[in-house]
Design a protein around this ligand. Structure first.
Ligand code: DHB
Ligand code: FE
Length: 280
């Protein structure tokens, strides 16, 4: 059967993608950011996932203010890179796993989580930057990807608890798929940042580090963090962190921390990263 063996939490700072695409990752500003990802790249090369289930958010690229689904599952054969502002990144087209994605749609919707089914969808830095962080700059991505797009752009985003329980439903779906597949789940976005208005530039390392601790030690407590705490402590865009709970819910509660990286600042954002593996 298919199995979710590990989870990755990682920021999606668009400037990280720009640094890679323009070949300046060895510059003093960027080197410490990328040094912290060396172990992650070795780890995932060794793990050889067949499929990455990638929980991310769209930034008004695939969706406009005209239509904002809370949870949208990518069931297409391909997802082309696109982006607001910066233009599409020069990265490979993302290939989906249509059969597994359809199976997950059926299982999760009949499990009473109402997903939007996306048979066509473009993907922005929210998805491509985490792929570049983990897989560097290959000709083709080394695995198939099933994107799950979560609304964190217009209030109300889903609660952490809802995301955590959706992670559990995704795990049930994957484990009811017959073919042997190694699936790694990514929860992306965050950490603390605010891009707008009076508190623009806010970064809160103490709160971020506590969030990373909770990811490992007490994911249930983490999933109960209310929206207002993200806004107060992690800034308006810190709400992106609710997506990490989907990843965490899909793993065992006692999953083991393999690697962690935290760095401030990168652009306007704290870069946070964690790798967790199920014991069995
Ligand atoms: C930045 C961070 C984001 O999450 C984003 O979507 C856009 C910009 C930034 O730090 O510049
Ligand atoms: Fe963002």
């Amino acid at each position: 059967m298919a199995r979710i063996t590990a989870g990755v939490g990682v920021s999606h700072v668009p400037a990280i993608g720009v640094a890679m695409d323009s070949g300046i990752t060895d510059q003093p500003y960027w080197k410490p950011v990328f040094d912290g990802f060396k172990k992650s790249r070795e780890w995932i090369k060794d793990k050889k996932p067949d499929v990455v289930f990638l929980v991310y958010n769209d930034h008004c690229t695939a969706f406009s203010a005209a239509m904002i689904p809370t949870f949208a599952l990518g069931c297409a054969a391909e997802f082309h890179p696109a982006d607001e502002g910066w233009g599409p990144r020069p990265v490979p087209v993302v290939k989906g796993h249509q059969k597994l994605a359809s199976h997950i749609a059926q299982s999760v919707i009949l499990d009473e989580f109402d997903l939007t089914i996306m048979n066509e969808m473009e993907v922005d830095h929210g998805l491509t930057v985490p792929m570049s962080i983990m897989f560097d700059q290959p000709e083709e991505w080394p695995c198939l990807v099933i994107p799950l797009c979560v609304n964190v752009v217009q209030y109300p985003a889903p609660t952490g608890n809802r995301c955590y329980n959706l992670g559990k439903a995704i795990r049930r779906a994957v484990e009811s798929y017959e073919e042997d597949l190694n699936v790694i789940i990514f929860g992306t976005g965050g950490m603390s940042h605010q891009l707008q208005y009076k508190r623009a530039g806010l970064i809160n390392p103490e709160w971020d580090k506590e969030f990373l601790d909770l990811m490992t030690k007490d994911p249930v407590k983490a999933s109960k963090i209310p929206h207002v705490e993200y806004l107060r402590e992690a800034g308006s865009e810190g709400i992106e962190l609710v997506m990490w709970h989907v990843m965490r819910g899909a793993l065992d509660e006692d999953a083991v921390e393999i690697h962690r990286h935290y760095h401030v600042p990168a652009s306007n954002t704290a870069v946070g990263h964690i790798i967790l593996e199920n014991k069995t």
